[in-house]
Design a protein around this ligand. Structure first.
Ligand code: DGJ
Length: 724
């Protein structure tokens, strides 16, 4: 890992694990993109610069008309107002009302360790280049941060926009980065979805003009995820160059890829500029969220592994990232809100001896919450349901040597709650308008410090006073009626970003105050699955849909970006509560074991044999948990495109792997399913005990093997592969 400035070439080279990123300062003073891809030597990249495309672009002052063209340079941070008509990363309204901006190179610094972003999550560590840009007339500046790592093939990018002037200005756009890619022969893969069908993969060819994904709901990933895969059309899961961009951000975002007139592609994004204006007073600055850009020449799978290493080594809380995860029994699908202490104790008793080590009490434990209509915000126990209070059930669970987890929805308030009756202004919305409901609840205005103080104090007291070991932090609706009581009119359009800052402040003050508590993120399933949340919470409930068949797609696409250990995957009952499908327990377990596993069903209704079976599943999971925590994922069959879902997880030293293969539908005369294994060491010899196979990695990865599926629908098999 190193960052070098080659003075003779006016070029910065950033070398990370297997990758090089190069940019140079051109003759005008603009930082221009030269290269991002597999590691190269520092030979100068003049021969890669564009020539010729002058097509009626503006000429910066001092340059030869007709000789200089913006089209011949790919921007590192495009800006609006002078001669660049490509998607800008920043749009500034100066105090004079004009929106002219000309950010020229001023100086650079190389920092041995990346400074954290104050108030926002970001990658930890890494050598960092900071390029300082400045507009000499308006006195607006931008600092571009680039960080590289020696253990993952990503570059972290962000910008800080500064007002060096003595009057306020307004930012109408403040993205985190721009980056050029040569040519346009790319497929763009994005993730779309909704409740119980999160993160479906969609791929379209790049074209001239803009392709974008965004959120306008102050949350990251219900419908579209803050991710874009940019894959040359010849790239596959296993071969070829693959770029991926994701944002470490949990509020309204945008990512765009623009096919520009030079025939190249420019990627940019960050805070969504829709309904966004940020007032920057004299001397103030705005930090933008961090973008993570991964590259691999080992196909889409290689890009995912680069992201997984980055998330595990530098983003997810180091205290928990590699720690054995709680094996949870959650009462939600067992009881919904209809429970009492005896019922909960019976669930706990029923799993004794299975290895399940954590009981999570979900929604419905507080105030008079028997349905979705009330009590959010009133974090006081419902003494009718929980006789003896929370303490009694917590102590009972602890006496069984299990940990106790509790559900909260800290950002929410019900209209029918003491909190709302006392403080109606705490809820987002205009006092003069009726607010929209979602799930009969409102969102608290966490952009306000007093509201955050209330949440921090009440949630922290419940955690501390009751010895809670695990918190499931839910968020079941998005922000509408954007209006913050008390905030100046000309700052109302700062709301979405301030919501993110408020959320991160809550996380800091609740997570840090309870360093031994394990936090799980959740948002009506996986509607807020992003790097910002993963910075605080080591795992996230992936979807309310725990049907094994649907989960193959949800988990496959989630793994494009996020490591397996970050996905909570529960084994639930059949018929499945979301889609009524019936699948075998073994299939549900095999798919749920490709993540942080747990259970979510009424175990008091299971037979002794079924409970014993759970014990065996937990034991099996424990044997391969190390792979889920630290291994490399190799996806083999894509369930979006085929009747199969096959994944392998291989240890870093390639001495051990598991293979999970799943077939959706069989028929009277099923096809022979052959696969080539992936990720093994071709020189090592392996044993697959389940099939009595002994073969080299070379044989298994080239000649492959046939999977023996029982002749049933929704069926899976798991093989353990060990070096001998
Ligand atoms: C949505 C979550 O995804 C569920 O797991 C459950 O916690 C409910 N909310 C509770 O209201």
């Amino acid at each position: 890992m190193s960052i070098t400035f080659e003075k003779s070439q006016n070029t910065f080279y950033l070398d990370g694990k297997g990758v090089t990123y190069a940019l140079y300062i051109n003759e005008v003073g603009y930082p221009c993109h030269m290269y991002f891809g597999a590691e190269i030597t520092h030979d100068g990249l003049r021969h890669t610069r564009g020539v010729g495309r002058t097509s009626r672009t503006a000429t910066p002052p001092g340059m030869d008309v007709g000789k200089y063209s913006y089209q011949n340079y790919l921007p590192e941070y495009a800006f609006f107002g002078t001669g660049d008509f490509r998607e800008p990363a920043v749009v500034v309204e100066n105090s004079t009302g004009d929106r002219i901006c000309d950010l020229l190179y001023d100086s650079y610094e190389i920092l041995p360790e990346k400074p954290a972003i104050v108030g926002m999550p970001s990658m930890r560590g890494g050598e960092t280049l900071v390029i300082h840009l400045r507009d000499k007339i308006s006195n607006i500046g931008a600092d571009l941060y680039y960080t590289v790592y020696d253990d993952c093939s990503v570059i972290a990018r962000r910008a800080v926009i500064r007002n060096y002037g003595d009057t306020a200005c307004r930012l109408h756009r403040a993205y985190s980065f721009s980056m050029g890619l040569p040519g346009q022969d790319y497929n763009i893969t994005t993730l779309h979805g909704g409740w119980a069908c999160e993160r479906n993969m969609e791929t379209i060819p790049m074209h001239h003009g803009v392709v974008s994904v965004d959120s306008k709901r102050c949350s990251s990933s219900d419908t579209l995820s803050p991710f874009m895969g940019i894959f040359p059309s010849t790239t596959s899961e296993h071969l070829g160059d693959a770029y991926g961009v994701c944002l470490i951000y949990s509020s309204s975002f945008v990512l765009t890829a623009e096919g520009v007139v030079s025939g190249d592609t420019v990627i940019t994004g960050g805070i969504n500029d829709f309904n966004f204006t940020w007032k920057l007073e004299a001397g103030e600055s705005l930090e933008t969220p961090e973008a993570l850009i991964a590259f691999s020449d080992e196909g889409i799978g290689g890009m995912s592994r680069a992201f997984h290493d980055a998330y595990r080594n530098h983003l997810i809380n180091p205290r928990f990232v590699n720690q054995s995860r709680p094996i949870v029994i959650n009462n939600w699908e067992a009881t919904y809100m209809d429970f009492d202490t005896d019922k909960l104790k019976a669930i706990v008793d029923s799993v004794a001896g299975t290895g399940i080590d954590t009981f999570v009490l979900d929604d419905g434990w507080f105030r008079v919450r028997d349905d979705e209509f009330c009590s959010l915000g009133d974090w006081k126990v419902n003494g009718n349901k929980l006789v003896g209070g929370l303490k009694a059930i917590v102590e009972y669970v602890h006496s069984k040597e299990m940990r106790f987890g509790l559900w909260f929805e800290p950002e929410m308030v019900s209209e029918d709650s003491d909190l709302f009756r006392e403080h109606p202004d705490y809820a987002i919305g205009m006092p003069t308008r009726e607010r929209c409901y979602t799930r009969h609840q409102f969102v608290l205005d966490i952009t306000r410090e007093d509201v955050r103080d209330y949440i921090v104090n009440t949630v922290n007291s419940v955690i501390r006073d009751n010895n809670i070991d695990y918190v499931k932090w839910d968020c079941n609706r998005h922000v509408t009626d954007v209006y913050s009581v008390g905030r100046e009119a000309d700052r109302q359009a700062e709301f979405a970003h301030r919501y993110a800052l408020g959320l991160y402040d809550l996380c800091e003050r609740i997570v840090n105050a309870n360093p031994n508590v394990f936090f799980e993120g959740c948002s009506s399933g996986g509607a807020r699955f992003d790097g910002g949340i993963l910075y605080y919470f080591p795992q996230i409930w992936t979807s309310d849909n725990s049907d094994a068949e649907d989960r193959t797609r949800i988990q496959y696409s989630t793994s494009l970006i996020y490591p397996l250990s970050s996905m909570s995957c529960h084994i639930s009952t059949v018929p499945n509560h979301q889609n009524n499908r019936v699948t075998k327990m073994s299939t549900r377990a095999d798919i749920a074991h490709l993540g942080a596993t747990g259970y979510e069903l009424d175990t008091t209704k299971l037979s002794a044999e079924e409970i014993e079976n759970i014990g065996k599943q937990v034991e099996e999971y424990k044997q391969t948990e190390e792979l889920i925590l630290r291994g490399d994922l190799y996806r083999i069959d894509n369930p979006f495109e085929s009747n199969f879902f096959t994944e392998m997880v291989v240890s870093k030293d390639k001495s051990e792997a598991i293979l999970c293969a799943y077939r959706r539908q069989t028929n009277a005369n099923p096809e022979i399913k052959r696969i080539r294994l992936s990720g093994l060491d071709k020189r090592k010899m392996y044993r697959i005990a389940e099939r009595d196979i002994t073969a080299s990695g070379a044989t298994l990865m080239n000649a492959g093997m046939v999977i023996h599926f029982p002749n049933e629908d929704y069926i899976s098999v798991v093989y353990h592969i060990r070096e001998i």
